[in-house]
Write a protein that binds this ligand. Structure first.
Ligand SMILES: NC(=O)c1ccc[n+]([C@@H]2O[C@H](COP(=O)([O-])OP(=O)(O)OC[C@H]3O[C@@H](n4cnc5c(N)ncnc54)[C@H](OP(=O)(O)O)[C@@H]3O)[C@@H](O)[C@H]2O)c1
Length: 313
C-alpha cells in the first residue's frame, strides 16, 4: 500500500525525501508516477487538483499538509473520508513568531525608525508599555492560543474571539456574532488567525475596521492577518490605511496569491507584506507527524485533529 504526495505549487522532492526518511518501509508516489490507484491508502495533500482524490478507490485518510483545510473543503468532489489537518509545535511556533514580530513592528513604531535611519536622522518618539496595548486575536484555536500566551508573556493585554466559548487564563474571552462588537471595541491590534469558512469569508470589512478601538496609544487601530486572505475585504483595509482610520497593518495571506504586482496593497502606507510564509509546513517535522498518525490508525487508535466537515475547519 502506498502513500501519495500531491502538493500543487510546492516542490514535492523535499516531502518525498522526508517521508522516505520517516518511513523507509513505505512506498511513496506522486500523481505523475505510474502506480495502481487502488494501492494508495493515504494522501498527503496541499491544494490537490479538484476531483483528483476521488480517483483513488482504496483511499482511507486524507492529510492536509497545512493547518488550513479550505483548499480541500472547496472541492465539491472531495471523498467522504477522514481529513486530518496538521497541528504541530513546529508550525505553531513559526506562526507565533510571525504574530509577535508583527505586533512588535507596530508597537515599537518600526516604520518610523526605519524611515529615520534611511534619512540618517535621529528621531526618538514616545514609547508606551506593552501593558497599555490591547491585542485581540480572532480565532483562539491551536495557533491563536499559542500566540495569545506569547503576547501575554510580553505584557500585552490579550483578548480572544472564537465561535464557541473558550476559557484561557489571562485572556478575555469573547465568542459568536454577539461577542464581536465588544471584542473589537477593546482592541488596538487585531490579529486574525481564522480559518476560511462560509462564516468567516469577507468577515473583516469596513464595519469591523470601524468597530476597533480608537482611543489606544498607537494613534489608531492596527490589523494583522495570517489566517486566510479571503476573510478580509482588501479594498476596505486599503481605504482605511489611506484615510487614516487604520494606523497600520501586516498581511501574510491574500485573496489572490501570489499578490499581483499591480496590487495597490504593495504601496499602501504602513503595511507590512509577507508572501504566505508566516508558518510554513516543514517536511521533516510534518512527515514524522503524519507517519505517527498512520501508525496509530493502523493500530486501531483514533486519528487526531480530524476536520469537522460541517463546521468547515
Ligand atoms: N499564514 C500561514 O502561513 C498559515 C499557516 C497555518 C495556518 N494558517 C491559517 O490559520 C488558521 C487557524 O489555524 P488553527 O490551527 O489555529 O485552527 P483551529 O485550531 O481550528 O482554530 C480555529 C479558531 O477559529 C475559530 N473560528 C472558526 N470559525 C469562526 C467563526 N465563524 N467565528 C469565530 N471564530 C471562529 C474557532 O473557534 P472555536 O474554538 O469555537 O472552534 C477556533 O478558535 C488555519 O485555518 C489557516 O487558515 C495560516
Amino acid at each position: 500500500m502506498s502513500i501519495l504526495v500531491a502538493v500543487r505549487g510546492w516542490k514535492p522532492d523535499h516531502w518525498i525525501h522526508a517521508l522516505r526518511a520517516a518511513a523507509p518501509e513505505r512506498t511513496v508516489v506522486l500523481p505523475g508516477d505510474a502506480f495502481d490507484p487502488a494501492s494508495v491508502r493515504y494522501a498527503l495533500v496541499w491544494k490537490p487538483e479538484p476531483g483528483y482524490l476521488r480517483t483513488l478507490p482504496k483511499l482511507e485518510v486524507i492529510f492536509s499538509l497545512g493547518a488550513g483545510v479550505d483548499h480541500l473543503t472547496s472541492d465539491p468532489q472531495l471523498p467522504d473520508l477522514p481529513v486530518v489537518r496538521i497541528v504541530d509545535p513546529d508550525l505553531t511556533g513559526r506562526m507565533t513568531e510571525w504574530v509577535v514580530m508583527n505586533v512588535l513592528l507596530h508597537h515599537r513604531q518600526h516604520t518610523h525608525y526605519a524611515a529615520a535611519q534611511a534619512a540618517g536622522s535621529w528621531q526618538p518618539r514616545r514609547q508606551w508599555a506593552a501593558g497599555a496595548v490591547r491585542v485581540g486575536i480572532m480565532g483562539l484555536g491551536e495557533l491563536g492560543t499559542d500566540a495569545a500566551r506569547a503576547l501575554m508573556a510580553l505584557g500585552f493585554e490579550v483578548a480572544g474571539w472564537s465561535r464557541t466559548e473558550k476559557r484561557l487564563d489571562g485572556v478575555a474571552g469573547f465568542h459568536g456574532p454577539d461577542g464581536l462588537a465588544p471584542f473589537l471595541a477593546r482592541t488596538d491590534i487585531l490579529v486574525s488567525l481564522l480559518p476560511l469558512t462560509a462564516a468567516t469569508e469577507n468577515l473583516i470589512d469596513r464595519a469591523v475596521i470601524d468597530g476597533l478601538a480608537k482611543d489606544g496609544p498607537l494613534g489608531g487601530p492596527v490589523i494583522l492577518n495570517a489566517g486566510r486572505g479571503r476573510s478580509l475585504v482588501e479594498a476596505d483595509l486599503l481605504a482605511a490605511l489611506e484615510d487614516g482610520r487604520l494606523k497600520g497593518a501586516s498581511l501574510d495571506v491574500f485573496a489572490t496569491e501570489p499578490l499581483p504586482p499591480d496590487s495597490p496593497l504593495w504601496r499602501a502606507p504602513n503595511l507590512y507584506i509577507t508572501p504566505h510564509v508566516a508558518a510554513e509546513s516543514d517536511p521533516e517535522a510534518l512527515s514524522r507527524y503524519v507517519i505517527g498518525e498512520i501508525a496509530a490508525h493502523e493500530a486501531g487508535r483514533p486519528l487526531g485533529h480530524l476536520v469537522d466537515r460541517d463546521k468547515g475547519y
